[in-house]
Design a protein around this ligand. Structure first.
Ligand code: F6P
Length: 341
């Protein structure tokens, strides 16, 4: 058998570990040939690929980013309300020209949606979920997430000393798109005093009250962790970041000096954590196993610590968001952490 692997969408720590996991298992255990498609679906449309032999798959476990490159190409995107079928046709053609028996798509929600469409074209596809945002439906966790949480937690740790020295409020904005997973996990692990999640929204009066209450207890400094997807009233459109808007509203409402930090892409770069390396390796191995068994149209996933797979059609187009009854939120509330609601 011959398989092609591509990575698509935003990068994250652990993609290379996955390529290694799929590739080495496919080659060494199942005797398959493996190629890497460059730059996601863009590479498939342009027939750009590299052969992946044992040497090419060495040294990848701890390497950040993706050796295959990535893009946000969406070949099934509607143009003027109509699906342009030139690109889907080209995908079928190039899959055949490359002599593939399966296409492995490493990516987040958008990629799994595209993978499902490719599968519906009649091609053999396996999806592997990846994203720092942790918002892929059908799996308990995605690799990249805990690596990003580690980076964000360290950043919050470092804000504590400068916040208390200057008696300031520090607002830190964390990634996650519409999901608050990184903000919740890093906020709790970093000991933030206020944690604001896009899923819960926020009442600024409650945020200011929580900060002033700390001040009354002789703690004139606070850390506020906010998810980039939080929508605040009066932010005047998309261009005002929640951290900037919040800093202004907190300073006005409390009279305390407030500063903002937008952590950004450092959350996505660099080496995966040990957990993410092992998750990526296990998912990669399971993907190769499914291919060998001829079980296509599925996304590998981790549920209750077990590596399983789910049909792509059950995952496509769905998001996994933080729910208000999450145990970390309940525990945070019991300890007096404000969630701004
Ligand atoms: O999905 C991962 C992610 O890093 C989000 O957290 C963020 O909103 C987005 O990608 C940024 O995307 P881009 O790479 O297009 O700037």
């Amino acid at each position: 058998m011959k398989i092609g692997i591509l990575s698509s969408g935003g990068d994250c720590p652990g993609i290379n570990a996955t390529i290694r996991g799929v590739g080495k298992t496919a080659m060494n255990y199942y005797g398959m040939d493996v190629i890497g498609i460059c730059d996601g679906f863009e590479g498939l449309l342009n027939k750009e690929f590299i052969s992946l032999d044992d040497k090419a798959l060495s040294g990848l476990l701890s390497l950040g980013g993706t050796i295959l490159g990535t893009s946000r190409e969406k070949p099934f995107k509607k143009l003027l309300d109509k699906t342009d079928d030139t690109k889907p046709q080209l995908i079928i053609e190039n899959y055949k020209k490359l002599d593939l028996d399966c296409l492995v798509c490493i990516g987040g929600n958008g990629t799994q949606k595209t993978a499902n469409k490719v599968s519906q074209l009649g091609l053999n596809v396996i999806g592997i979920p990846k994203t720092i945002d942790n918002d892929v439906y059908g799996t308990d966790v995605t690799f990249g997430f805990y690596s990003a949480v580690d980076i964000a937690t360290e950043a919050i740790d470092r804000l504590h000393s400068t916040a208390s020295s200057h008696k300031r409020v520090m607002v830190i904005e964390l990634m996650g798109h519409k999901a608050g997973w990184i903000t919740l996990y890093a906020g709790m692990a970093g000991g933030a005093d206020v944690i604001l999640l896009p899923e819960l929204g926020c009442d600024i009066a409650k945020v200011n009250k929580a900060i002033l209450n700390r001040s009354k207890k002789d703690k004139p400094y606070s850390i506020v962790a906010v998810g980039e997807g939080l929508e605040l009233e009066g932010s005047g459109g998309k261009n005002v970041r929640p951290a900037s808007r919040l800093s202004k509203l907190i300073e006005e409402g409390t009279g305390l000096e407030t500063r903002e930090t937008i952590l950004g892409y450092v959350q996505r770069g660099g080496s995966p954590s040990a957990f993410d390396r092992n998750l990526a390796t296990r998912l990669g191995g399971h993907a190769a196993e499914l291919i060998a068994k001829g079980q296509f149209g599925r996304m590998v996933s981790m549920i209750n610590d077990q590596i399983i797979s789910v049909p792509l059609e059950k995952v496509a187009g769905k998001l996994r968001l933080v729910t208000p009854d999450h145990d970390l939120i309940a525990q945070g509330k019991r300890m007096g952490i404000s969630f701004g609601v």
